[in-house]
Write a protein that binds this ligand. Structure first.
Ligand code: PEP
Length: 254
């Protein structure tokens, strides 16, 4: 049985003191919720401080991006090696990075390889844009993103996929549970073809896009959906706690 995961992507929000405040607000309650992996992904500058705060708890830490080189003259970049003793997860290929920072499938692929190479667990994001969705191209786009992101990678150790339709991110317009479940089923079939059935069955695949405390059940009740990557609602302690509690409760019943 796959352990559900709720990951909070704080994006470019929170100063160091705000990050500390947010963690302090939810740490105790979050720590106590079982049957679900709870991951928070603050900005780089707060990772070390947040790590100290959650040390010894069941809360896990992730970064929001990496560069693919190990070290060198890449001003402003953060390497997988630097993150490897700081956090467990790293979000790769988020649509905001693909669109605002021109990250191609090839770059995403290099990042996934680099992360896996140092033992970081990538949360690999894929998802179609509105016009692609409306043109009925979701399957084609998601399949292509998945295959290019995972090219030449034999070993997926701990990799998690997040299906995030671009039109649902930060818009308040979430997909329906049924739509998300279908696309996540497609992703699982692709993993089965690219790797094998067992790897596909064990892989956690999350939904992301305007998940909040009010619509969590819609997604977590779907058999293919193993949790959520949460943006906006992860910045509010009470919302995030409610999402995590609901995930634990729903999955605990299955
Ligand atoms: C995200 O950033 O991955 C995301 C899903 O954002 P939101 O929940 O705000 O749509």
């Amino acid at each position: 049985m796959r352990v559900p995961m709720i990951a909070g992507n704080w994006k470019m929000n929170t100063t160091l003191s705000e990050a500390i405040e947010l963690v302090n607000e939810m740490r105790r309650e979050l720590d106590e919720i079982g049957n679900v992996d709870k991951v928070i992904c603050p900005p780089f500058i707060s990772l070390a401080a947040v790590r100290e705060l959650i040390n010894g708890s069941s809360i896990k830490l992730g970064a929001q991006n990496i560069y693919f080189e190990e070290k060198g003259a890449y001003t402003g970049e953060i390497s997988p090696l630097m993150l490897s003793d700081l956090c467990e997860f790293v979000i790769i290929g988020h649509s905001e990075r693909r669109h605002y920072f021109n990250e191609t499938g090839e770059i995403v692929n290099k990042k996934v390889q680099a992360a896996l190479g140092v033992g970081l667990k990538p949360i690999l994001c894929v998802g179609e844009r509105l016009e692609e969705n409306e043109a009925g191209r979701t399957e084609e786009v998601v399949t292509e993103q998945l295959r290019s992101s995972l090219a030449k990678i034999d070993y997926l150790s701990g990799l998690i996929i997040a299906y995030e339709p671009v039109w649902a991110i930060g818009t308040g317009k979430a997909a329906t549970g049924k739509q998300a479940n279908e696309t996540i089923g497609l992703i699982r079939r692709n993993i089965s073809e690219l790797y094998d059935g067992e790897i596909a069955q064990d892989m956690r695949i999350l939904y992301g896009g305007s998940v909040n405390a009010a619509n969590t059940t819609e997604f977590l009740n779907q058999p293919e959906i193993d949790g959520a990557l949460v943006g906006g609602a992860s910045l509010k302690a009470n919302q995030f706690l409610s999402i995590v509690k609901q995930a634990a409760e729903i999955r605990g019943r299955l």
